[in-house]
Design a protein around this ligand. Structure first.
Ligand code: MEV
Length: 441
């Protein structure tokens, strides 16, 4: 009789984080039908260079293996007249191809144009104060001096690099939550993403504020101190433009004017309907996130900022806009992106370091223009496909390799399929059928 393997699924594991990596892997393998295969597979993704593997293990907690995502590049991306080879880390098959095609198209039409609007980051000290509101407001200049003095040690280095604390505002929320105020603090963090710098300043502010009121014989409750990922004033604008007649030939059925009008209609729809806006903006983040990840930055932070910004007018809408005026087609994206090119994972992850070198060691503002450009490039490519031949044809072509792998096709079958599906729409069932008819397997 087959022995039944113990399953841990219905039991709490105590002290898991303290186990050695090998033991963690073993414990996890008990959730799997074939633990031996599982352990071998996960170990197969470990680096043989133990130092390198240790570096990855230490990025996070409870690490048992590495999860690979393709690292691609989009060449010939022209931004403000400079040519970039842009690294993109993304698993979705058509994104890099779409970005590259859009980069080529717009490269022939003057390239992408970009302008960094501002680079301000924000942090908040949330606190409650039961005393007189007017007294608090009047004390603010003195409080601000105390706060700035208390963080001198932290800000000195940043100030040398041209950054530091820009502004401290008292925001009164007592009409919404009793006694609740916040200090909204604006920072310039130079080429660093600045999360640690901002949070250190804010936590020190918390102690300083508490001490300040204690000396007055009063109390403040510090609720929390943390940066805000909403950075509307760390914003970049990128755009493309060309005479409408330069769009002749983009669609086989419409002239340049017809294509431009249909394209603009699709973008306008994303301004009025949040269902479409969400997908439209997701297409933008296909490009932005790929660069953000490749350069070791935090894609959750940039997404959160972008989606909040997309709601700034009271409803969620497109981050990009299209205009046709005086015979010119203009398409732009304005988006907050807080990025760093020094510190954090940018210097720890070996591939992030290479990505930054590939880009010519950009400053943080320059990297903002590059990430936003890839967002606009992907957005243009997606909306162009949607308003012309549809998305599936190109998407499924790129997905063909995945389907073939999933169905276990041989190299000969793969080669034959590439030829067969050149002019045939790719579907899962179609590929399955094709493999049945080829006798090379
Ligand atoms: C797919 O990842 C992204 C698109 O859905 C974007 C869009 O609809 O604009 C194609």
């Amino acid at each position: 009789m087959e022995e039944e393997r113990p399953r841990k699924r219905d039991r709490i594991i105590k002290g898991f984080s303290k186990l050695l990596k090998e033991d963690k892997l073993k414990a996890v393998s008990e959730y799997i039908e074939n633990p031996g295969e599982f352990i071998a597979l996960l170990k197969g993704f470990w680096y043989s260079d133990t130092e390198k593997q240790k570096q990855f293990d230490e990025f996070s907690e409870n690490t048992i293996s590495n999860f690979h995502i393709p690292y691609g590049v989009s060449p010939n991306v022209v931004i403000n007249g400079k040519i970039y080879m842009v690294p993109m880390v993304i698993e979705e098959s058509s994104v890099v191809a779409a970005a590259s095609a859009a980069a080529k198209f717009w490269g022939d039409r003057g390239g992408f144009h970009a302008e960094v609007i501002d680079v301000q980051k924000v942090g908040q000290l949330h606190f409650c104060y039961k005393g007189d509101k007017e007294v608090l407001k009047n004390l603010m200049p003195e409080i601000e001096t105390a706060l700035r003095t208390s963080t001198k040690d932290i800000t000195a280095k940043m100030e040398k690099r041209g950054g530091g604390i820009l502004d401290i505002q008292l925001v009164d929320f007592t009409d919404k939550i009793p006694d609740y105020y916040q200090l909204r603090v604006t920072f310039n963090t130079g080429d660093a993403m600045g999360a640690n710098f901002i949070n250190s300043c804010l936590e020190t502010f918390g102690h300083t504020l508490q001490d300040y009121f204690l000396r007055r014989g009063e109390n403040v409750e510090i609720v929390m101190a943390i940066l805000s990922n909403y950075t509307p004033n760390c914003r970049v604008k990128v755009w493309v433009e060309c005479p409408v007649y330069d769009l002749d030939g983009v669609d086989e059925h419409l002239d340049g004017q017809g294509f431009a009008e249909k394209f603009k209609k699709a973008v306008d729809i994303a301004h009025i309907d949040e269902y479409r806006a969400t997908t439209h903006n997701k297409g933008i983040y296909n490009g932005i996130d790929a660069v953000v990840i490749a350069t070791g930055n935090d894609f959750r932070a940039t997404e959160a900022a972008g989606h909040a910004y997309a709601s700034r007018n009271g409803h969620y809408e497109s981050l990009s806009t299209c205009e046709i005026k005086d015979g010119m087609f203009k398409f732009w994206l304005e988006v907050p992106i807080a990025l760093g090119t020094v510190g954090g994972l940018t210097s720890l992850h070996p591939l992030a370091k290479e990505s930054l070198e590939l880009l010519g060691h950009p400053s943080a503002p320059e990297l903002m223009t590059i990430a936003a450009t890839m967002g606009l490039a992907n957005n243009y490519a997606a909306v162009k496909s949607l308003t012309t031949k549809g998305i599936q044809q190109g998407h499924m072509k790129m997905h063909l390799a995945n389907i073939l792998n999933q169905l276990g096709a041989t190299d000969e079958q793969k080669a034959a399929a590439l030829v067969h599906f050149k002019d045939v729409t790719v579907t899962y069932a179609g590929v399955e059928e094709f493999l049945k008819t080829t006798n090379t397997k």
